[in-house]
Design a binder for this molecule. Structure first.
Ligand code: AQP
Length: 346
């Protein structure tokens, strides 16, 4: 089922996004999502969540999960999210997410979920042994967004299909319950040079927290030496950097395209501008320059993260305030949802 065109939703424009506390954040999370989080907070009401309910869909260590939530929240704030402007909180602190996910489970269709490529990628040949939660992940994601009737969702390109599912669920709910325009059809905000950052080892795979090789990614907390070392060892070829007007400039060179894209995103330039400066030169010079700009951007974030994490009480107070503000928005929505669906009022 494809979503109908965005109807005349009359509610306010609102941004929602989240990240999983499944490990340290990396450059892909930063360029694909965090940079946009910061940019949007001055133009919209923004809600940024640490999605721990998503993190338990795969094996996790209960003793570490709360601290991992703090680390993701600290990364948001250290990257520039202002918790006075934007709402920053942990998903499981607000009951609407799980409740609405159940209701949406009864709206979404098996066939829609069976088409989700991220489940296929993550489960591989072990689909039968994966948790039902991992299969159902995009439904919970729809609930995350729509519990706040969010209209815009900044994400990396890997989340495009999940966003389409959220739109389908919203449209079907509105239609099946004869509640026209109750939920907006949320729009993904994907564009931008960092929308798809690939692994440093294999330019056809996305940079990911769960990649077993730490050399495949640049973590937000890596120091300058580690970043330089990872980039030095990043897969490239022996050819020089291509010219921007060469139509075959990245043909069979996904790793080169990725490094140029990362440079461009960090320098807030286009890939063509980077190639204009670097065409004909080799990676022996390019990689150290890239390492330099990467550590210039990331080291203040790492420093601020460690400062925030050194005072867990202060960070937890920010998250408690965020959860209260999030609940104040989602509870009236859930009251309406319960009424529309015919559930018992609270
Ligand atoms: N490589 C990437 N390039 C651009 N954007 C990316 N994002 C993730 N990887 C890239 C964006 O970061 C946000 C948070 O993602 P997440 O933590 O919820 O989970 P994910 O997308 O599954 O990220 P990972 O790193 O690949 O985690 P694991 O390995 O745990 O699954 C999203 O907006 C995502 O688009």
């Amino acid at each position: 089922m494809s979503a109908a065109p965005t109807p005349a939703y009359a509610g306010p424009s609102r941004v929602f996004s989240g990240m999983q506390p499944t490990g340290g954040l990396h450059l892909g999370n930063y360029l694909g999502a965090l940079v946009k989080f910061v940019r949007l907070q001055d133009q919209h009401e923004c809600i940024y969540c640490v999605v721990d309910l998503h993190a338990i869909t795969i094996e996790h260590d209960p003793k570490l999960l709360q601290q991992q939530c703090r680390e993701v929240a600290a990364a948001y704030i250290a990257a520039g999210v202002d918790p006075k402007k934007a709402i920053v909180f942990v998903q499981s602190a607000v009951p609407a997410h799980a409740e609405l996910a159940w209701i949406f489970n009864c709206v979404a269709r098996m066939g829609w979920l069976e088409r989700m490529t991220q489940f296929k990628d993550k489960a591989g040949k072990n689909a039968e042994r994966m948790s039902v939660g991992l299969f159902d992940y995009p439904v919970l994601q729809a609930a995350d967004i729509l519990a706040y009737r969010a209209t815009h969702v900044p994400v990396g390109e890997d989340q495009k299909q999940h966003l389409e599912l959220s739109r389908d669920i919203a449209a079907r709910f509105n239609n099946d319950y004869n509640a026209p325009n109750f939920f907006p059809l949320p729009e993904p905000l994907i564009q931008g040079p960092g929308a798809r950052i690939m692994s440093l080892r294999d330019g056809t795979k996305k940079m990911s927290k769960s990649d077993p090789s730490d050399m495949s990614r640049i973590n937000l907390t890596d120091d300058a030496q580690t970043i330089a070392n990872k980039l030095k060892k990043a897969t490239t070829d022996s050819l020089p950097l291509p010219a921007p007007d060469d139509p075959k400039r990245f043909e069979n060179r996904p790793e080169v395209e990725n490094l140029v894209g990362i440079f461009a995103a960090l320098a807030a330039k286009s890939s063509d501008e980077i190639l204009q400066e670097w065409q004909g030169k080799g990676f022996g010079a390019f990689k150290p320059a890239l390492a330099e700009i990467a550590s210039q951007k990331l080291s203040p974030i790492a420093d601020e993260m460690s400062r925030l994490l050194s005072d867990a009480n202060a960070l937890d107070a920010i998250l408690a305030d965020g959860a209260a503000r999030a609940h104040a928005i989602s509870e009236p929505v859930m009251k309406d949802v319960r009424r529309i669906v015919g559930l018992w009022p609270r």
